[in-house]
Write a new protein. Structure first.
Length: 127
């Protein structure tokens, strides 16, 4: 494997890990569900969800690319990162669930529409 490919994988990994901006956990008080429901912004939630899923989406796209290039070593190196990539996305999504709670279920259609508008590639990734 060339130095260029190794360097590309390292840079890609750094970009993937730095792209997930985990939202602040300042709305986790379940007593305020009614107030939160009235203030719920599906666009904001969708943007946060897109940020959470971007790292998994980018990872998936890179796996497909390396698979097509038939670069077995780079492909295996990327596959080795799967669990850590998934953990980052899951942690981010868990924070969203803590912040927004059951409101998300009630607003699912609105959230999906917002994601399809603002981050269509990621929205199609989770379908």
């Amino acid at each position: 494997m060339s130095v260029h490919k190794i360097f590309s994988i390292i840079i890609l990994t750094i970009i993937c890990f730095s792209s997930c901006d985990i939202p602040n956990n300042d709305k986790n008080n379940k007593d305020n569900d009614t107030e939160a429901a009235s203030k719920f912004d599906a666009t904001q939630f969708a943007d946060e969800m897109c940020k959470c899923l971007k790292i998994s989406h980018d990872y998936s796209e890179n796996v497909k690319k390396l698979e097509q290039e038939e670069d077995k070593i780079a492909f295996e190196a990327l596959i080795a990162q799967r669990d850590s990539i998934q953990e980052i996305s899951n942690d981010c999504i868990n924070v969203l669930e803590q912040n927004y709670g059951d409101i998300v279920d009630e607003k699912e259609a609105e959230i999906k529409a917002s994601m399809e508008k603002n981050c269509p590639k990621i929205a199609s990734f989770i379908k």
